[in-house]
Design a protein around this ligand. Structure first.
Ligand code: FES
Length: 136
């Protein structure tokens, strides 16, 4: 980063900080990227994933920006990068996914049920072999 770019970015950070914001929370110009999908293996007998063994169980993967949910015994996975402005860690689930950043809701197929998001969550393929999931 050259001096001019540094000063420009530092000025932006200062202005954002004065409003209690960070660059991460204002990344609407950046296209959200899907979660890390490079062949992740999950053991359903380990925490926090054991909740996925029961219908209605859900997990926000602690490190890989992936939402998982068990619907009627079938486990689905989605990128946790919200399609609105890219928040990835403030999720809850109560029959549908709620992004806590601005309130978008997504059904268990990843489709938007309530904006401001307008695009579905990115689906990640899931293969299940007993209590082992392979994602991606
Ligand atoms: S980032 Fe705005 S609703 Fe998710």
């Amino acid at each position: 980063m050259d001096k001019r770019a540094f000063i420009k970015k530092a000025s932006l950070v200062t202005v954002l900080a004065s409003f209690g914001l960070t660059l991460e929370s204002c990344s609407s110009d950046d296209e959200p990227t899907p979660g890390n999908t490079s062949k992740t293996t999950i053991d359903l007998n380990t925490s926090p994933f054991s909740s996925l063994k029961s219908p209605g169980g859900w997990v926000l993967h602690p490190t890989q920006k992936i939402l998982l949910v068990n619907v009627g015994g079938t486990i689905s996975a989605f990128s946790s990068v919200c399609t609105h402005e890219g928040c990835s860690t403030d999720w809850s689930f109560s029959g549908e996914f709620l992004c806590g950043c601005h309130g978008s809701r997504f059904d268990t197929s990843g489709n938007v049920t309530n904006g401001p998001a307008s695009r579905p969550l990115s689906r990640i393929s899931v293969t299940r072999d007993g209590d082992t999931l392979t994602l991606g």
